[in-house]
Design a protein around this ligand. Structure first.
Ligand code: NAD
Ligand code: ZN
Ligand code: ZN
Length: 339
């Protein structure tokens, strides 16, 4: 099978012919039709984070397709089912986090396209218990970005403790952020989008953001104060930039929530005095559970959310990464691997 492989951090990916994986008793083999390109894949190929991925690596955690084979212990999915393989490739199922429905915190988890080969390939193995079915009325290409960008931002909004009518800022309107804007609007929130350039501005406004702030031209926190006479109730920061996080933190009103989602390999100093006096919550949010994923897909099935997609091929992956690094992609790139 054809796959995109990285052998050393920061090297170009190469397109290779790998052996077709054989499913174990609790696995499924999935023929990948489409796989989204997440900025996390770029971090993985660069070895940006303290916990390194395996090498060589087939990246990808937005792979969706058709089950072609299941292990002999699997009865809940069958060949022909349409499924996606998310970042949470598998978890242990019995630790305190798994038992509490916080499986994304499981210490024994595997991650697709990081600790295990992912969806940048014609076929991908999956832990059958952790795949999530794609609703019938969503195409593979449309479903792919929801398996990370969608579920991550949907979950971040859930942990932001906002209610309909509140103001939320979405900092970074890339693959994640453009879905954050849509989920926020669908949840009845008022959205201020923060990114740069005419294309991201038009995209944000088309998707229902009330205001757009260009972070190169204006100080987002000052602009938010002038627009609302206060900070936002919550911010969801997906920017791959420390400056974006610092600005997001300063844009939250008293009692509000700053949700950290983006993963630039940097630290952000948090002022103790302001955080205490203002009663601000700073929370990290990591992807979402299988239940979050089902909920997030249901929004799309009902036509309330739809990723803006650029269809590309697996062979273009190095060029796609270059564009992503420059912040040149509006929406999500999805590589189409099969009809
Ligand atoms: P992306 O490249 O598509 O989008 C990033 C956006 O941030 C770009 O539009 C860029 O212009 C914008 N940006 C950069 N600096 C900014 C600033 N100072 N202010 C506002 N916007 C700014 O990336 P993506 O795929 O959306 O991923 C974003 C980040 O989220 C990555 O670090 C990725 O690893 C991380 N991520 C986290 C989770 C999670 O579960 N927490 C899940 C997926 C991705
Ligand atoms: Zn991702
Ligand atoms: Zn566990």
């Amino acid at each position: 099978m054809k796959a995109a492989v990285v052998h050393h951090f920061k090297d170009q990916l190469t397109i290779e012919d790998l052996p077709l994986p054989k499913p174990g008793p609790r696995d499924a083999l999935v023929k990948i039709h489409a796989c989204g390109v997440c900025h996390t894949d770029l971090h993985a190929c660069h070895g940006d984070w303290p916990v390194k991925p395996k090498l060589p690596l087939v990246p990808g955690h937005e792979g969706v397709g058709t089950v072609t084979e299941v292990g002999d212990q699997i009865t809940h999915i069958k060949p022909g089912d349409r499924v996606g393989i998310p970042w949470l490739y598998s978890a242990c199922g019995y630790c305190e986090y798994c038992l509490e429905g916080k499986e994304t915190l499981c210490l024994a988890q595997h991650n697709a396209g990081y600790s295990i080969d992912g969806g940048y390939a014609e076929y991908c193995l999956a832990a059958a218990d952790y795949v999530v079915k794609v609703p019938d009325n969503i195409s593979f290409v449309d479903a792919a970005p929801l398996f990370c960008a969608g579920v991550t931002t949907y979950k971040a909004l859930k942990v932001s403790r906002t209610k309909p009518g509140d103001w939320v800022s979405v900092v970074g309107v890339g693959g994640l952020g453009h879905l954050a804007v849509q989920y926020a609007v669908a949840m009845g929130l008022n959205v201020i989008a923060v990114d740069t350039g005419a294309e991201k501005k038009a995209l944000s406004q088309d998707l229902g953001a009330t205001h757009f702030i260009d972070f190169i031209q204006e100080q987002p926190e000052e602009k938010i104060q002038s627009l609302l006479g206060n900070g936002v109730h919550a911010t969801v920061c997906t920017a791959v930039s420390k400056a974006g996080f610092e600005s997001a933190y300063r844009s939250v009103r008293r009692g509000g929530t700053c949700v950290l989602v983006g993963l630039p390999p940097e630290d952000m100093p948090i002022p103790i005095f302001d955080t205490v006096i203002n009663g601000v919550s700073v929370v990290g949010s990591i992807v979402g559970t299988r239940k979050d994923l089902q909920e997030c897909l249901e929004f799309a099935a009902q036509g309330k959310v739809k990723a803006i997609i650029q269809k590309r091929t697996l062979e273009e992956i190095n060029a796609i990464f270059d564009e992503m690094e420059k912040g040149d992609i509006a929406g999500r790139v999805v590589m189409e691997l099969a009809e």
